[in-house]
Design a protein around this ligand. Sequence first.
Ligand SMILES: [Zn+2]
Length: 466
Amino acid sequence: MKLKLYNTLSRKKEEFKPIKKGEVGFYGCGPTVYWYQHIGNLRRYVFEDVLYRTLVYNGFKVKHIINVTDVGHLTSDSDDGEDKVEKAAKKEGKTTEEITSHYFDAFQEDLKKINFIQPTKWTWATKHIKEQIALVKKLEEKGFTYKTSDGVYFDTSQLEDYGRLALLDVAGLKAGKRIDMGEKKNKTDFALWKFSTSGGKRQQEWDSPWGVGFPGWHLECSAMSSKYLGEQFDIHTGGIDNMSPHHINEIAQSETAFGKKPWVKYWLHNNHLNLKEGKMSKSSGKIIRLKDLEEKGYTALEFRYFLLTSHYRKRTAFDFKTMDAAKTAYERLRNKISELKDDKKINGKYLEEFEEAVNDDLNTSRALQVLWKMVRDEKTGGQIGAIKKMEEVLGLDLLKKGKKEKIPKKILDLVKEREKARKDKDWGKADEFREEIKKQGWIVGDLTNGKSGVEKLLFHNELGII
Ligand SMILES: [Zn+2]
């Protein structure tokens, strides 16, 4: 079956054909570890994970690299402002290493909970300074750099197609409103190496042929991806906000240094998960973390399910009503699956439909619809076998036996009251208790042995979710 992926370079869905048959080099832009990752950030990794799983499902051998930015990411995209990691270290009174390892560890805990499969390697920017300096040297030898008083810059005016990934209107930029350029020659030029400001205020700085300083943010991705995946590779991912300037600058550096075009064959970008009020950001203080969801009674996998119900390229808004509906649908799906018998067969018809959906640019919402259709189809067999295969892509723990939710004491008390009323043949009162139990989210029924059965009430409104 053909795997089709939407390539930002061509703005089209294309059949995926790796450079080397059967093998995939896959690089994803990772986190800047100066703060906690919020659920908007986690959308990026669920997308990354589904893509990885889909490649493996299709039989590819995948080398998967994700970077960890622990230096050089400035608060402003125009090469000024503070280094985010240095700023956090100063604020929290810690070393930069304490900051980056703390937030990286917190991030890893979240990844584990959302069933994210670890990449082949996490590559840290500060552990690849030598490679980054070598890359600047290469660009310098080719005549694409110049020095200012605060750093070494890449001269973008020498590239005819600079910015094509982001469809950047360079001519319009030139003619447009003034951008504070400092000593930059062109508005789109970017720093490859920044000099430390005098006074030794930085914790992280290194010697280089141009002066003591630190690498520009875009440099690490070109240097580390080429080290582990070669000078040309198959897939590069990121959030849509990484497209400009980060990815167009990665392309400018890499295509100039390595002379391969295109440097990366397929560029995939996931869209944002916003709040109704707008983007989640540290500066606005409006962020939701996985921990916050858990405190409200949702699980990480219910959140994963929520994400899988919409396509990764679609802008999605997070709200608790939709999250509630996802939680209900997920619980219901698991319940339905727990009632299925394993006949040791695999339902080929539904599995094929499922594969068509995920291979159509990772259409996970359609894939979930196929799964729902299959579990509701009472005349079909081989469902458990098919779900085992589907789970390789979905990663939702659908077949794992979970703990049954404990019935709270106040519900049990109400059930006893209702039993008493029934014994007294006070049907009106018994109905009142039933309603009260329902109001509290549980459902009571009468078993054939005369006793009461209690179950968590599940809403029947999963329509619109899947
Ligand atoms: Zn990157």
